[in-house]
Design a protein. Structure first.
Lengths: 110, 113
């Protein structure tokens, strides 16, 4: 059964810093990799996703995937207090199931 | 634009009582629908998915059931609540099944006492 783990569990960074979040998965047949952001008390919202090895940038956010290492990451450039939230990674293979990680709680302090 | 609505917003229920949570999707025909459960501060656990009216598949067994009576409606229910059912219930839809962006509703917060 697919295992998806995130690190660190929590993170505090100063405003303007680069934030890096990590996600590892166990199924080498995984095909879809995504990051979601969940502000306190709210529903998760998709940030970005990637299908193939490499990088993808959207604004201040970059996702990097290395399938051989069973690892992908999210990098947030110029972190803002509004970025403070729970970040969830998600992985899916060819099936019907998208498995989520346990989350990284990010706090950006002014 | 697609909108997703869940009801009720929150519930406080007694152990052993029945429960029915609802979800409607507007602006998207034949969406793939999902129910998720999230313990406080915990990970998202997919409970059910549905690709069409009348067809619901269970992902995990938590003494819950789901139905899709209409194309735009997804219902989660149980006849007897357990303390472990407390949490945040989220309905979501996606264009493609599984490996696609999931769009979540606002959620229903449930407390079982």
């Amino acid at each position: 059964q697919q295992k998806v783990q995130q690190s660190p569990e929590s993170l505090i960074v100063p405003e303007g810093a680069m934030t890096s979040l990590n996600c590892t998965f166990s199924d080498s047949a995984s095909q879809y990799f995504a990051w979601y952001r969940q502000h306190s008390g709210k529903a998760p919202k998709a940030l970005m996703s990637i299908f193939s090895n490499g990088e993808k940038e959207e604004g201040r956010f970059t996702i990097h995937l290395n399938k051989a290492s069973l690892h992908f990451s999210l990098h947030i450039r110029d972190s803002q207090p509004s970025d403070s939230a729970l970040y969830l990674c998600a992985v899916a293979n060819s099936g019907t199931y998208q498995r989520f990680g346990t989350g990284t709680k990010l706090q950006v302090v002014p | 634009a697609q909108t997703i609505h869940q009801w009720p917003v929150a519930e406080i229920k007694a152990v052993g009582s029945p429960l029915s949570l609802g979800c409607t999707i507007k602006g998207k025909s034949s969406p793939n629908l999902y129910w998720y459960w999230q313990a406080t501060g915990g990970t998202l656990q997919q409970l059910f998915y549905s690709i069409t009216v009348g067809q619901v598949e269970s992902v995990v067994q938590l003494n819950l059931s789901a139905s899709r009576p209409k194309d735009d409606q997804f219902i989660l229910s149980t006849e007897k609540l357990l303390l472990s059912h407390s949490g945040f219930y989220l309905c979501a839809w996606s264009l493609h099944l599984g490996k696609d962006t999931q769009y979540f509703g606002p959620g229903t917060r449930l407390l079982v006492l």
